[in-house]
Design a protein around this ligand. Structure first.
Ligand code: ATP
Length: 690
């Protein structure tokens, strides 16, 4: 068949499918506005279906796989889309959902004539692939078809043409879904079982964030009815990043998943009983000037998040638990006595799975109940005697140890033996702050961990937790999150090579993977980078090389672009002028939707933004705590650009003074934000990292 007639056939089929989708949308009635709960639930389901159909109407499918099951005489085409669509009368599947078992073949198939198989609820299904076709659809219109595999043709491997086409496009200010081009190594992670802690170490641009979001959509499909979106949570580094990724899940038909930062979440868990000390800003301290490796190693955040610090906390919690059992008996009258041995039994048997303070509360009410029933059993009637005895019960109960999280944390910090790794001055300063109800973000993990161990949470357990940029998390932060799950179900992703918050985060994945039993653990590495051109990745790999042994270079997809430009300026004035000229030229070219000028510090960015404004160039300056980033031209401190991406990036101060040998990770982050174009300027010697 010629390409032309194949295209026409596909167009015809698509028109037919669109007709069905349109019919189904038309059949959904108006919204229910009454008070009946069942009707409200049905309305919600209809609304969700409507949203799925609307997505399908724009782009009903993106792929076709002709698969011949072993028992079949001929292949059948499977059309794969973001949402499954069935024929309204016959129920025949017109489009299968990308998350369905059969669709996994589409992603896993890498060519060759040998039989392939996929796992289905009915067992393994084996067969032969005849055709893998990509269909490019925009606004319900078929624009292009690309056959990446045709059985019997000379080239037996699946080609990357469609992927390269997608990667070459310009991006706007939001991350988008990749269902049509998910790669085999990514699909494997997306489809992992739910009850695992899946760790992903991936180079910059390898699709970690994207994969994690697709995994959430997959889990909701695979475990439908058993897990809920509103019991899933994504931890991201800041609000701006949450806004940046906010488009992906709705596009995949998923709503209601909670997005938060660890700090926000922790303050919430602590019911805002403590406040962040605004006079200290970790970013200011660590990024507004160069810090050394030694400073990093001894940072108090590292120590406060370490397993040995957790041990100190656990020790104090255990002491406290011991104190739950009063040493003395409760003597009410002659022969009317509650012995500690009895309470010990209650604590050991009935109350043993409760959080510590709940056990205390339950113990106190149990003592009261014991008193009431004994009083009755003994047929006492003297009310004066009863109120006297009651007072004794209350006084006795009050003596049973009770602690809040800040109190117990203070006790840990006061105990030089327990918190030995933490220097005395840090301990004293933390205790002082706690007295006025203030904390730094590095204290939050300990406080939440203690709080949850003491009180539990009144909210339901999480069905799944995603932690993005997890290299910036401490073991204790993960321990605190584990307390909100009955069994581990997490996707934890990051890149140690981008670990710019090493003053608080991990230096090796083992620090986190060790927190889970080996059988609950999955560890994956993603080495292929999809974001940037080969030229940019090769350039960024030079920076990586300067990090010393053990780093893994990113492997580019074969997408060639323009060379990376490095320009020197003789004076600061000239450097600013070159920055303005570069941006102006890029804007004139008109090919880039998003451009970023990256400065090493907030201060450097303010100067750049001011200069651009003076030259009549409109740019938005990104600052900490910014809720969103709007696309277009942005000036942003390099440490805030982590996780984001831009068509073109200008690193405006790549000189030795701005990027010392300790700043390799920062520069690596900066270089790897660019999709298509990267340029660097420097005044004075170029950074030694290059
Ligand atoms: N299979 C794919 N098909 C098309 N595009 C992809 C694919 N995988 C990743 N990408 C694109 O690569 C870019 C990087 O993805 P993403 O931001 O998820 O990577 P990351 O590993 O989290 O990056 P970083 O660590 O640098 O923040 C995005 O534009 C994403 O759409």
């Amino acid at each position: 068949m010629t390409v032309q007639s194949a295209f026409q056939q596909e167009e015809k089929r698509m028109d037919d499918v669109l007709q069905h989708i349109g019919n189904q949308l038309g059949a959904i009635g108006p919204r229910y506005t009454g008070d009946d709960f069942t009707e409200q639930m049905l309305d919600l389901q209809r609304e969700q279906r409507k949203q799925r159909l609307e997505v399908a109407l724009r782009e009903p499918y993106f792929g076709r796989l002709d698969f011949q099951e072993s028992a079949q005489a001929a292949p059948s085409p499977l059309y794969i889309g973001k949402a499954g669509v069935a024929h309204e009368a016959t129920n025949e599947l017109l489009v299968i959902d990308w998350r369905a078992p059969a669709a996994s073949l589409y992603y896993a198939f890498s060519g060759g004539e040998a039989p392939v198989a996929y796992d289905s609820p009915e067992g393994e299904i084996e067969g032969i692939v005849h055709l893998k076709r990509n269909l490019m659809v925009r606004q319900s219109k078929l624009e292009r078809i690309v056959d990446s595999y045709v059985r019997g043709q000379a080239d037996e491997t699946v080609t990357d043409e469609f992927l390269l086409y997608r990667l070459g496009e310009s991006k706007d200010n939001k991350l988008r879904d990749i269902v049509s081009t998910i790669q085999q190594e990514q699909d494997l992670i997306i489809r992992m079982d739910k009850n695992k802690a899946v760790f992903i170490q991936g180079v910059a641009g390898s699709g970690k964030t994207t994969v994690a979001l697709h995994r959430l959509a997959f889990l909701l499909y695979r475990y439908a009815g058993r897990i809920r979106a509103d019991r899933m949570v994504i931890f991201a580094p800041n609000r701006m990043f949450l806004d940046y990724i906010s488009g992906v899940l709705p596009e995949l038909g998923v709503g209601d998943i909670i997005g938060t930062t660890y700090t926000e979440w922790a303050l919430d868990q602590l019911q805002h009983t403590v406040k962040l000390d605004e006079t200290f800003d970790a970013m200011d301290y660590w990024f507004e000037q160069s810090r050394t490796a030694a400073e990093l190693e001894h940072a108090s955040g590292r120590l406060k998040g370490s397993p040995s610090f957790k041990q100190a906390i656990d020790g104090k919690l255990a002491d406290m638990e011991d104190k739950l059992l009063p040493a003395a008996s409760l003597e009410l009258m002659d022969g009317f006595v509650l012995q500690p041995s009895m309470m010990k039994e209650w604590l050991a048997v009935d109350l043993k799975d409760e959080p510590i303070m709940r056990r205390r509360e339950r113990l106190v009410s149990r003592i009261k109940r014991w008193f009431e029933s004994e009083w009755k059993a003994r047929r006492y009637t003297d009310s004066k005697l009863k109120s006297k005895a009651n007072a004794k019960v209350s006084a006795y109960s009050k003596k049973i140890a009770a602690f809040t999280a800040p109190q117990l944390y203070t006790a840990v910090l006061q105990d030089a033996d327990a918190a030995q790794s933490l220097p005395a001055k840090d301990r004293a300063a933390t205790i002082k702050r706690l007295k006025s109800g203030l904390v730094q973000s590095e204290d939050l993990a300990a406080l939440v961990y203690i709080h949850l161990r003491l009180n539990g949470s009144e909210h339901p357990m999480y069905d799944h937790i995603v932690i993005d940029e997890a290299q910036d998390y401490s073991p204790l932060q993960l321990e605190s999150l584990k307390l909100r799950q009955s069994q581990p179900s997490m996707t934890v992703l990051g890149d140690l090579q981008q670990g710019i918050h090493g003053y608080a985060g991990i230096h090796s994945w083992k620090e986190l993977t060790d927190l889970f039993p080996a059988e609950d653990n999955g560890y994956f590495e993603l080495d292929r980078s999809y974001r940037s051109t080969m030229e940019i990745i090769d350039f960024a790999n030079v920076v990586l090389g300067s990090m010393g042994a053990g780093v893994k270079p990113a492997v580019p997809v074969f997408r060639s672009g323009e060379p990376v430009e490095v320009e020197a300026a003789d004076t600061e004035e000239e450097r600013l002028k070159q920055a303005v000229d570069t941006v102006r030229n890029w804007q004139r070219e008109g090919t880039y939707k998003t451009i970023a000028v990256l400065g090493r510090t907030a201060n450097a960015c303010a100067i750049l933004a001011q200069r651009l404004a003076q030259e009549g160039i409109e740019a938005s300056l990104v600052e900490r705590k910014q809720p969103a980033y709007g696309g277009g031209l942005t000036v942003v401190p390099v440490y805030l650009a982590k996780g984001l991406e831009f068509d073109a990036v200008l690193i405006a101060d790549a000189d030795a003074a701005s990027y010392s040998i300790y700043d390799a990770k920062l520069l690596y982050v900066g270089c790897t934000r660019a999709l298509h174009k990267l340029a660097l300027l420097h005044c004075g010697p170029l950074t030694a990292l290059l």
